[in-house]
Design a protein around this ligand. Sequence first.
Ligand code: ATP
Ligand code: MG
Length: 334
Amino acid sequence: KEVLLEIKNLDAHYNVDGQPVSALQDVNFAIQKGERVGLVGESGCGKSTLLKAIMGVLAPNAQITRGAIKLREVDLLQASQEQRRQSRWNDIAMITQSALNALNPVHKIGDQIIEAIQSHRDVDKQQARARATELFELVGVPPQRLDDFPHQFSGGMRQRAVIAMALALSPEIVLADEPTTALDVIVQDQIFERLDLLQKEQAFSMILVTHDLALVVESCSRIIVMYAGMIVEKGPTHEVVRRPFHPYTAGLRYAIPDPSAEYEPISIPGAPPDLSQQIKGCRFAPRCPLATSKCELEMPPLVSSLASDAARQTRCHHADQMDQLRDRFHDQSF
Ligand code: ATP
Ligand code: MG
């Protein structure tokens, strides 16, 4: 399979009151062509920061201090502003959590899509409008509503319009940052189904950020689990969820009520660490039932946790004890 996007050794921080606050640390992963990867982890762990870094739209006080973001062979972090601008929306598009932020309230939605197309493609207004019409049909909005303003749209229709905009230039990669969380459940399902269909038809690669582990299990072949700015586990979704090798992944897994299972939902006590402080060891150690003094002193590397499967990786000194911990989860003694 062909690797489309590769993130290598990425470190980033935010400058807050003149002090660096770590946001991403040693992030490594690759996305293949046409593949869908789920990115999960609790609020504040750096999911949006990672997508913004890939898209090249980080806040001004953010700084990438190490690593590479390679689209095919090109490191986007070394590219010129102009190359980056060209690549944005054309190669990589982003669907954000709030459609309201993505749309300009004072312009007609159709005009915004037409402008986005014309800023990247040498087409006249009529051709761009034809494409916008086609896109509205694809996402399930009547094309006559191209002439509406954002406030005339329901939340669900706005999010459909944002998806249309993201797909306007047929990007190879779509970064979907909780694309449906702001909507009610029925609309969420409808929109997700549409996105699912479009992804299959158009075969773009997708990184899906969500708090909904069940959605990842249903729809993503691979999963990346983040904690406090780091990837703690990644691999084929079903294997990671069935047999987590990182205690944090197990915590996420067993936090979900499962009527068919023999365990009660649990929650991981404690809170993520203060990332304005230097942390030498494992960032999960203060909350971890397996932590030892080694964990407090040494950051574990992200390594293969199953000799038989190099794609299955975990950042834990004690991954070999996870089979026992999983039994303890069933006894609810996290
Ligand atoms: P959520 O699930 O709530 O969307 P997230 O995983 O997307 O969370 P990020 O938005 O990437 O998390 O934020 C990661 C950390 O960086 C958080 O601690 C957040 O407070 C901090 N952060 C984000 N943007 C900035 C900024 N512009 N300046 C300073 N800190 C920031
Ligand atoms: Mg976020």
